[in-house]
Ligand binder design. Structure first.
Ligand SMILES: Nc1ncnc2c1ncn2[C@@H]1O[C@H](COP(=O)(O)OP(=O)(O)O)[C@@H](O)[C@H]1O
Ligand SMILES: [Mg+2]
Length: 298
């Protein structure tokens, strides 16, 4: 297994792949992520002048994310309100959104527009006040708490702006942690966690605690953790928000490659420069979707 990242933002050792190793990051490479180098080239650019180049494979599977692909996330007439004192405040108004298998969708909007609230609903971290959320054909309103926890644990990987790693656990333990609650049968979780850390270029950081990792390395641990149960959906809330441009670009390149392998990605951002790397952008303002794009309200 090779790293998928060849450079980091730590200013410490370079955990990059061995010179002369297979050039598996070449565009058009059809290997699964475990064999690929997602960011093969070194980039040594200043923050101000840095331009993120996201490399896209030419052999993205036909139909992925297109209108022919099956819906994987359906948000139907969803409203969400919070009760503050004796006032009910409507945060999301009548949201309708369909995300299809293989989509790379950005949900963009200013701070406070309801993006995280929407992501939390899609990820079953919260329930809608009204309306339906359907993930892989299963209506969240009809599932027990236990079924929801299982669906979330196996089918959805979360990535947050602040990484949300457990400080007292090392990188390997953080990646393995979700499998204590939910795991796929027959998978050696410990080996899988190690393989995923290698995949994100952290082979030499497995036993480091979060406080000993840079922001970019922490987010790579969080991505490995999100992938541990091989979810079909990745939900990322401002995943590059705490990272410098170059490190953010590495993360975006990883998302692109993961999407090309078939994972559906929903990325939240307030930043148009980040949203443009997605295939489809939905704008949210004041809890209302401003453009339906091809998201087909129903
Ligand atoms: N648990 C909560 N209770 C009350 N209000 C909340 C809660 N969570 C979020 N809000 C409010 O909902 C609005 C949208 O928040 P959020 O979804 O976090 O926006 P965004 O992610 O777009 O910045 C904000 O006005 C926020 O204050
Ligand atoms: Mg937010």
């Amino acid at each position: 297994m090779e790293n998928i990242i060849s450079d980091d933002d730590s200013g410490l050792e370079n955990p990059g792949p061995e010179a002369g190793s297979e050039a598996s990051g070449i565009e058009g490479d059809a290997l699964p992520s475990e064999g690929r180098n997602l960011v093969p080239d070194k980039e040594s650019t200043d923050e101000e002048s840095f331009v993120c180049e996201v490399r896209r494979s030419k052999n993205r599977s036909q139909g992925a994310g297109s209108v022919e692909a099956a819906p994987i996330i359906e948000v139907i007439n969803v409203k969400k309100s919070y009760t503050l004192g004796d006032m009910e405040v409507l945060i999301l108004h009548e949201i309708n959104l369909t995300v299809r298998e293989g989509d790379f969708l950005a949900i963009m909007g200013p701070s406070g527009s309801g993006k995280s609230t929407l992501m939390n609903l899609i990820g079953f971290l919260d329930r809608p006040t009204e309306g339906k959320i359907i993930i892989k054909g299963r209506d969240v309103n009809k599932l027990s708490d236990k079924e929801i926890a299982r669906l979330r644990g196996l089918e959805i990987g979360f990535i947050f702006q602040t990484f949300n790693l457990i400080p007292r656990l090392n990188a390997l333990e953080n990646v393995e942690l979700p499998t204590y609650a939910n795991a796929r049968p027959g998978v050696d979780s410990h080996k899988k966690a190690r393989d995923l850390l290698k995949l994100v270029g952290l082979e030499d950081r497995m036993h480091h605690k979060p406080s000993e990792l840079s922001g970019g390395q922490s987010q790579r641990v969080a991505i490995a953790r999100a992938l541990i149960n091989d979810p079909s959906i990745l939900l990322a809330d401002e995943p590059t928000g705490n990272l410098d441009s170059k490190t953010g670009c590495e993360i975006l390149n990883m998302f692109t490659k993961l999407n090309e392998e078939g994972r559906t990605i929903v990325m939240i951002t307030h930043d148009p420069d980040i949203a443009k790397y997605a295939d489809r952008v939905v704008l949210v303002k004041d809890g209302i979707i401003q453009n339906q794009d091809n998201s087909e309200s129903r």
